[in-house]
Ligand binder design. Structure first.
Ligand code: HEM
Length: 317
């Protein structure tokens, strides 16, 4: 059975304009009850999405609502202790390099909601909470937004070397290598806070060397013109000489008046080991982005296919 993107959650396309990332922790009071609530959520969440797509539909474009719901390794063990587990699902632990680290933080359930209308994003997470609030606590809730021309908040076009939309599903979705979890995906969520004054005091030329591309045109610099730890050098990950790709949908978040400005990184992958390889290279090489940033969170979640969510809802998993 080949990959079928229509059976997946929204992991392989649409960064969106208004975005919300939420990480919840299960209170772990009563495993049987929590499992039943999650089964109900697996059912209701899909009805909530369908309903909002009807309510939000525009004559020209339809709806832009996209949602993915993820489960961490520790939540998986708690909710489905007797069920099989996606092959590469593990708890992310802090990665260390010579100078920088990428910390691991707690998280059981993950939500990535995006739409062209912020009201739809609000309504979606609000309705999810009606089911989940009694058994969970909120660890983080971050609102992201699309910046001009899809640029990262550091001013560079983001996503150029990510797979094109027509190829994205193959990079984002689990395939026949793990048949029970086909059309699922490994999501890595990592919240970065940037020291923008440091970045803004750099010349455009140095910023370009730091990212590895020209700022206005997005044209890639020759390797000799990049800093050794340029982001597009450090994040590169190859297996047997073949460059690996993941589907990246990071967006900026900001409280500009208090200077709390950053990037919420989200990468969806067919293989968690690929994302992890990129992260390890970044810390090993001291990726330039790390020199002016603080990492506030990091965890990996499995995004089950919609079929698996239906099985969970039916108590069939
Ligand atoms: C603050 C967080 C980050 C920002 C602002 C950011 C931004 C960018 C930008 C502007 C580019 C160049 C254009 C492009 O090819 O998309 C890029 C490339 C890339 N980024 Fe990031 N990124 C961030 C974090 C990460 C992380 C955590 C990973 C790995 C898990 C990653 C993986 C990559 C990869 C693989 C490329 C393409 C490299 C190439 O082959 O040219 N990025 N990123």
């Amino acid at each position: 059975m080949p990959i079928n993107p229509s059976h997946a959650q929204d992991v392989w396309k649409d960064v969106g304009e208004h975005v919300q990332f939420t990480v919840l922790q299960l209170n772990r009071q009563d495993p049987q009850h929590d499992r039943e609530v999650f089964q109900e959520f697996a059912d209701r969440s899909q009805a909530i999405i369908r309903s909002l797509r009807i309510r939000d539909a525009k004559p020209e474009t339809g709806t832009q609502l996209k949602v993915s719901i993820g489960i961490s390794s520790s939540a998986w063990d708690y909710l489905f202790p007797d069920a099989p587990k996606p092959r590469e699902l593990e708890t992310y632990t802090t990665l260390h390099g010579p100078k920088y680290s990428m910390p691991a933080t707690a998280g059981d359930l993950f939500f990535h909601i995006r739409a062209s209308n912020e009201a739809v994003v609000y309504e979606c997470q609000t309705q999810f909470q009606r089911v989940l609030a009694p058994i969970t606590s909120v660890l983080d809730e971050t609102k992201g937004f699309r910046y001009f021309e899809g640029r990262a908040i550091i001013g560079f076009i983001d996503g150029t070397e990510a797979p094109a939309i027509e190829d994205a599903a193959d990079y984002a979705l689990v395939g026949e290598e793990d048949p029970q979890f086909i059309n699922g995906s490994y999501a890595f969520a990592q919240k970065w806070q940037h020291d923008m004054p440091i970045w803004e005091h750099m010349t455009t030329g140095d910023q370009e060397k730091a990212v590895g591309r020209e700022k206005f045109s997005d044209f890639e610099l020759d390797d000799d013109d990049k800093f050794k730890n340029a982001h597009n050098v450090a994040s590169k990950y190859e297996i047997d000489g073949v460059e690996q790709k993941i589907v990246r949908m990071n967006v900026p978040y900001a409280q500009p008046a208090v200077g709390n400005i950053g990037t919420y990184f989200i990468g969806y992958a067919r293989h968690w080991t690929v994302t992890k390889g990129m992260l390890q290279n970044m810390v090993d090489q001291g990726d330039f982005l790390l020199t002016f940033s603080k990492l506030l969170s990091g965890q990996v979640f499995f995004i089950p296919s919609r079929d698996l969510l239906a099985q969970i809802a039916d108590d069939d998993f």
